[in-house]
Each structure stands twice: as C-alpha cells, then as structure tokens.
Design a protein around this ligand. Structure first.
Ligand code: SF4
Ligand code: SF4
Length: 469
C-alpha cells in the first residue's frame, strides 16, 4: 500500500472546526459569535457593535438565559478549574479519562452528542471509529462544547482544554470490529424478540407488517451504524439466526485519516497470537505514526506470554513512537454496563502488569468492564493515586524501576454511553424542547437535558479526576 507522507499533515494550529466562527448549530453559533466579538471589542475598542444584528442579539440573550441556571454555573466552574490541566498532564499525574464511543459505532448524531457531553465533563480523550465522518462528528461535538462554554459568558471562561481525538484500529479479527446481522424475514412473528431487549445500543428494531388484523411478517433487523459488535444478541436467538461479520477498515483509510484528519492518537487492538500481524501493521503504517501524540495498544490478558508479548510489541513500535505510548489493559471487553464487578478482570490484569519489572515502558490504562465502581476498586488495591512526577515530566521512556507504577487512567465505554442514553433518547422524543420546532439531534439545543447529561457524565469522570468515591 502507499502510505501518505506524514509531513503533509498540517501541524500548525487546531483544525478549522475549532477556529471557525460558523458552528453547525446556528443557535449556539450566534452566541459564540457574540462572545468572540465581545472579546475582540475589549482588545480593540473600535466600532464592532453593529456587526451583530438585532436578531442575533436576541438569540444571544436567549442562549445566555437558557444556560444560566445553577447547573451550568457548576459545570463551567468545574471546567475552568480543569483548564489548568491537559491530556499530557492527566497521563503523567494518573488522572487520565478516555471516552470510548465504540470502534464500530457509527451513529453520527450520537457520537457528536456523546463527544459534546463528555468534553463538557472533562475527559482527556475521545476514542472513535476510524472513519472520517465519525472523526468529524467527534470534532463537531468538541466544537459545540466550546461554543456552549463561550455562551455562558466570559467571566466563566471558554473551553481552552480540549480532549484528544483517537481512532481505533485492529491488527486482525477482533470483536470490537464486527457487526451483527440477520434476516428478519426468517423471524417467527410470535418470537418474543430477546435480541431486541438485550441490545445495549438499541440497534435492533422490527416493524410488524400486517395482513388484515394479524401480523403477517416482520421487517427490520440490525441498524448497522448503531451496532458496535458486543455480540450479546448472537447466543440469545433461539433459532440461531444472528451471525457476526468482520468490520475492519482498510489500512489506506486509516493512514489517510491520520494524515489528513488531524487525529491526535491511534489505538491498535490486538490479541493472543497476533504478534506477527501487529508487527506487520506497525511496519505498514510506519512513518505515519510519528506524527501522533499518542500510540495506544489495547490488549486483553495474554496469560503467561503477556509481558514478553508487550515487550516485543514495544520493540516493533520503538522506531515510530516519537511521543507517548500507552497500554490499554482490556480486562473484560465491552462489559462495563453489565454490573458492579465487571471491572474486576481489568484490575487483576493491571496488578499483574504493574508488578512485573520486565514490563515495557508506557502508561498503563484500564478498559473493559470499567464503570462507576472502577475508581474505588483501583484505590482499594493501591493502584490509584497521583503519580509523583513533576509537571510535564513524562515517564514513558524512562527505564523500569525509576518511576512509581500506578495506573495512568481509565477508559469508559459501554457504561459511559449507557448513563447518558436516557438524555439522548429524551431529546429525540422532543421532551424538554426549549427550541420550538427544532428537530435536529443536537443536544445543546436542549440546555436542561444537556446540563443533566453533563452532570451525570461528570460524576463518572470525577471518580478518577477527583480521587474516587
Ligand atoms: S446486541 Fe451488540 S452485536 Fe447485537 S446488534 Fe446490539 S450492539 Fe450489535
Ligand atoms: S431472537 Fe432470533 S428469531 Fe427472535 S426476533 Fe431475534 S433474530 Fe428473530
């Protein structure tokens, strides 16, 4: 394959999404424009006032009113405090939090709104599918969060600190990169549809087609963009109708995304017996990787071969890992929303890796089964704590034994999505519709729902950011 020249990547400044005064949401956009104009006016007190039309001024004051209750005060003050930090500092101090949107989850509106909610909740990184529309949705969510902050008023500050955008790829077949499928025409009309109930992503939907007063047959099935491959529907079908198909992206697409879409980080999902495939992937991506801020490797428990495999992977990455590297220890893939004890496997894996003096350099982060109990569980086993590094001192390239081995942070996937789903669904039902007649799936158009969603998300993020509960 031809890999794009990494030096073509635009290195200066943030992508235009961040700087553009034209967000997709005209409502927030007017407020943001007003805020930008207000700050310019202070810097250069010349005649700019007439740039805002009467309509815009009315919209701005309406925005300020809608974002003015005590929930928004609390959200803004919390974010202003966090602005002193950065993703690098979070990693080095041990309070890194990542949102996993899902390596195969492609509902653009949900990805955008999840990014908006969790940016305002203060995550350090947003991990998404390696697809340019999805990366654009994440960036739009981050930009919308920034505009919300600006519309709150200057005394509360704007959003200076922004999460990194990460794309997930795999070196081989991997459950994170698959989709369920079945033909609903073969489903008996009297099936109680356990597949529909068990799906955590509301990805399975049916339509009953009637002939006269009786249901004649079913139509529908898996909504491809919402399925993230968790596999729960597959064994539950009594007729065995549901199967999974691989959903990996071509390497050319991944390389092009890294170079042209200004993603900050890549995560490579690997597994038992994948070492050769991992090394081949690293060689093929090669120089493209050098432009990233972070290379993460997501790895399940490999048993006895865990540490030797991590070392071999590190050796293959070393020529290209110019900045930071991270090991995502995937204790129990895609299980964070199934119960309190789901993070146990990830914690046991972290204990195993951190106690090994032969482990390769790199930050250690938990995933798989992580939920509201993970921070407390980490603290109980002594793996949670602020690292004893000076600000900006990065431990990843130091020799082992020269730094305290604590977990750098936690990634939340299914659980993080689950706790805010009710707000996203309410938005779709049109409840709390402050913006008359609005049918767009942009959560900032519903400030009450957005505030509640952000506070719910913040309670999860603060488990790591503020020391657990
Ligand atoms: S249960 Fe999981 S695999 Fe099945 S459709 Fe839903 S998200 Fe996809
Ligand atoms: S459980 Fe199986 S048979 Fe029943 S509705 Fe779902 S896919 Fe069809």
């Amino acid at each position: 394959m031809t890999v794009p020249d990494p030096f073509q990547r635009r290195r200066v400044g943030r992508p235009c999404h961040y700087n553009s005064p034209q967000p997709s949401c005209a409502f927030i956009g007017a407020a943001a424009s007003a805020s930008v104009l207000a700050s310019r006016k202070r810097a250069r007190p010349v005649k700019r006032r007439s740039s805002i039309s009467g309509f815009q001024q009315e919209t701005v004051s309406r925005a300020k009113k809608l974002f003015s209750d005590e929930r928004w005060d609390a959200i803004a003050k919390r974010l202003v405090l966090m602005d002193e930090s950065s993703p690098e500092i979070s990693l080095s101090e041990g309070h890194w939090v990542k949102l996993i949107c899902g390596a195969s989850f492609e509902d653009v509106a949900d990805v955008r709104n999840l990014s908006l909610i969790y940016t305002l909740a203060g995550v350090d990184c947003i991990d998404c599918a390696a697809d340019s529309a999805i990366v654009a949705a994440v960036k739009e969510g981050i930009a919308a969060a920034s505009y919300v902050m600006q519309s709150l008023g200057n005394e509360l500050g704007s959003l200076k600190r922004q999460p990194w955008v990460m794309i997930s790829i795999s070196d081989n077949e991997d459950p994170h990169f698959r989709k369920a499928e079945f033909n609903a025409e073969y489903c008996p009309v009297n099936c109680p549809r356990p597949c529909e109930r068990v799906c955590p992503a509301s990805a399975i939907k049916f339509e009953e087609l009637n002939q006269g007063a009786t249901i004649n047959h079913l139509e529908g099935g898996v909504t491809v963009e919402r399925c993230y491959g968790c596999g729960r529907c597959i064994p539950i079908c009594p007729l065995g109708l549901i199967s999974a198909r691989s959903y990996a992206r071509p390497l050319e697409t991944v390389a092009s995304l890294i170079v042209n879409d200004n993603v900050d980080a890549v995560e490579i999902h690997t597994g038992a017996g994948h070492l050769k495939a991992f090394e081949d992937l690293i060689l093929q991506l090669g120089g493209v990787l050098t432009s990233l801020k972070l290379i993460a490797v997501s790895v399940p428990d490999l048993g006895e071969s865990m540490i030797p495999t991590l070392r071999a992977m590190y050796t293959s990455m070393q020529p290209f890992a110019r900045t930071l590297n991270l090991w995502q220890l995937d204790g129990r893939p895609m299980s964070g929303d199934i119960g309190a004890g789901a993070s146990r496997a990830a914690i046991i894996l972290a204990q195993k890796v951190t106690k090994s003096r032969d482990r390769p350099p790199g930050y250690i982060q938990l995933a798989g089964g992580t939920n509201a109990h993970t921070a407390t569980a980490l603290r109980k086993v002594g793996l949670y704590g602020r690292m004893a590094f000076q600000e900006h001192e990065i431990p990843c390239n130091q020799e082992n034994g020269s730094n305290p081995v604590l977990v750098a942070g936690v990634a939340y996937g299914g659980y993080a999505r689950k706790i805010v789903q009710k707000f996203l669904r309410k938005m779709e039902e049109g409840i709390d519709g402050h913006y008359d007649g609005c049918t767009r799936r942009q959560l900032e158009l519903y400030p009450g729902l957005l505030a509640d969603a952000v506070l719910e998300a913040a309670s999860l993020v603060d488990g790591i950011k503020c020391g657990g509960s």
